[in-house]
Design a protein around this ligand. Sequence first.
Ligand code: SF4
Ligand code: SF4
Length: 332
Amino acid sequence: MITVSSLLDRDWYERYKRISQLNMRSSIYDVTNRCNLRCKGCFFFSSGEDKVAGEETDPAKWGTFVEAEMQRGVNLAILIGGEPTLCLDRVEQFYKRMPTFCATNGLIKVPRDRFPDMMVGISLWGDEEDEKRLRGQNTFLISSKNYTGDPYTYYLYTVTPKQIGRTERVIKNIRDAGLKVHMQLLSNDEGVDGFSWNEAELGDLCMEMDEMLDAYPDTVISSKYYHKVITTGKMLDRTFGWQECPSVTEPMDTRNPRPKRLIRFVRWASDLQSMHRCCTSATRDCATCKDGAAHMSWIMVNKRAHMRSSRDFQNWIEVYEMFAKLYQFLPW
Ligand code: SF4
Ligand code: SF4
């Protein structure tokens, strides 16, 4: 019988032991339906998720809701929107109760006196040219000033086909601002011309992401196996899609048979009662989904499948460590 210890030498076994104690249980929360940007390709607005429910505005009700979520077993709150920093009183209800990650476009600085160690992930959609084209402004100019040297912040760099061959300059700028970066891929939900992927581009990007990880290991938080899975949509002998996706809201998951999935995962709308189908766009065709979190969770929930060789299981450990670092369950 193949066991964990038969697959790993002492160093890898220590790494495995460290992550096997973490027991992360995340859910995702829309803090608000509003945003101070309107990016072309934003899954939230393009799928009409901003119209699904009215916002709960009473911070006390958010506090009661967060406590019920903790009772449900959630120990990591991932705050998205809209733009969460528009409603810091709601963000605070999470932060003072459990580990909290706040996704933001970085235009409004999270005050560190109020949220000293809250994890912040700043969205970035490319260099100046792509940011202006897709988001209407060069957000990096502002966000990098707001967060220079902040130890609890990283850039979530959404790479587009136009970025191939141009990622290094972006990563150097992030390094020079004293910050970390994690890369994911645009799904192009609004079909912007020239921003959809073809196979050759995905292959080129995979190689480029590997090169960036090798060249900037102190700045890039990633793993080569993650690069391979997200650019091919393949894991071991399986293909990503609706039947495999781990990030479906549990009470809405009618799949039979159910695949391995995130336990108790829910994506809540901002009325604190409605739910969205999954961690991203409710209208996206799963066959085209490039969602980074869904792909890394796909790997993570399929531990046993990776226990077929030492290399496969080491790949699994690296992705788990990457996820844990991104949410500060492990130090960078
Ligand atoms: S900043 Fe984020 S939430 Fe706001 S429009 Fe852009 S992608 Fe959507
Ligand atoms: S759109 Fe992506 S994250 Fe959502 S259910 Fe489909 S595959 Fe999963």
